[in-house]
Write a protein that binds this ligand. Structure first.
Ligand code: SF4
Length: 301
């Protein structure tokens, strides 16, 4: 059995979106692994833990170590070497795209298979409200369009993430129409929608939490607009998120969040390089191999 893992490399980011759940406290930033330890994590995932799909995410993965691109490129070059012995290893990148100029993208060719950029709306005011257009980084939408076009030129697969919240709710149909109209240029092969998920922050929840009924309603409308396109749609509601919550943290430990007797439980592993097989890791995380395969199993094409 092979597995797929989200590796949240860093809590650092150039943006500060209102619904973002990363922990940017001083303690959290200090716990980000060194570049050498990040390489150790990647090696263990592939060599010991049967992982064949890694999504590099953050925060923002291009600024790992608190430096712009340098360490990120070094990590990419390391993964390039790992891929020589593991040609079926699939690498995905989840990014806000700010730093992905064409010459940056060129450095990722042959390592990264698919790049995902989040787009929640095309309305400039709403982008501002969410935190995607900031005084330092304006023109999120224009940048998104440029990145999509460059990514296609260079042969990357492209994907979008969108978070459904009351803030962008009335703009999602417009977004779907826009993507549909531009998909001959963007060539998006997958689009994943997330129902905003609470991370026990009442201030954020008051702004972004969306009830199931509204979520289901807009889901139906989006599906209808995009019917017949080549875009594969995926929707992740709160139930599915809660059932499948397992991530690799920026300090190199796996985190499994699950519900037990109606209570939210959090289980943290040791650093992943301390495990020689999946069974040991699953035991420490209190996750069954069945659940692991169901939500995080990976079959390469
Ligand atoms: S771009 Fe992503 S990681 Fe950065 S603040 Fe926004 S949601 Fe968080």
């Amino acid at each position: 059995m092979f597995y797929s893992i989200y590796y949240m490399l860093t809590p650092r980011c150039l943006l500060n979106c209102g619904y973002c759940f990363r922990d940017t406290s001083k303690e959290s930033l200090l716990r980000e692994l060194t570049l050498e330890d990040k390489k150790k994590v990647i090696f263990s995932l592939v060599e010991n833990l049967n992982v064949r799909k890694i999504t590099l995410s953050g925060g923002e993965p291009t600024i790992i170590g608190g430096v712009v691109l340098t360490q990120f490129f070094e990590l990419i070059d390391y993964i390039r070497l790992i891929k020589v012995n593991n040609p079926t290893l699939r690498i995905e990148l989840l990014t806000n795209g700010i730093l992905l100029e064409k010459e940056v993208l060129q450095r990722l060719v042959g390592v990264v298979d698919r790049i995902t950029i989040t787009l929640d709306t095309i309305n400039e005011k709403v982008l501002e409200k969410i935190g995607r257009n900031t005084p330092s980084y304006k023109d999120y939408l224009k940048r998104f369009e440029k990145r999509m076009s460059d990514m296609n030129d260079l042969g990357f697969e492209t994907k979008i993430h969108s978070v459904i919240t009351p803030v962008n709710y009335d703009y999602l149909e417009e977004l779907a129409q826009y993507i549909k109209a531009h998909n001959d240029i963007f060539k998006i092969n997958r689009w994943k929608f997330y129902q905003y998920m609470t991370y026990d922050d009442p201030v954020k929840d008051a702004i972004f939490q969306i009830d199931d009924q509204r979520y289901q309603l807009i889901k139906g409308k989006i599906e209808k607009i995009l019917e017949g396109t080549s875009i594969e749609l995926a929707f992740k509601d709160n139930q599915l998120m809660a059932d499948s919550m397992l991530n690799l943290t920026h300090h190199g430990c796996m985190e499994h969040i699950y519900s037990s007797n109606g209570q939210k439980e959090k289980c943290l592993s040791k650093p992943v390089w301390e495990y020689s097989n999946v069974e040991e890791l699953a035991e420490d995380l209190h996750i069954s191999l069945e659940k692991l395969s169901k939500y995080h199993g990976y079959q390469h094409e």
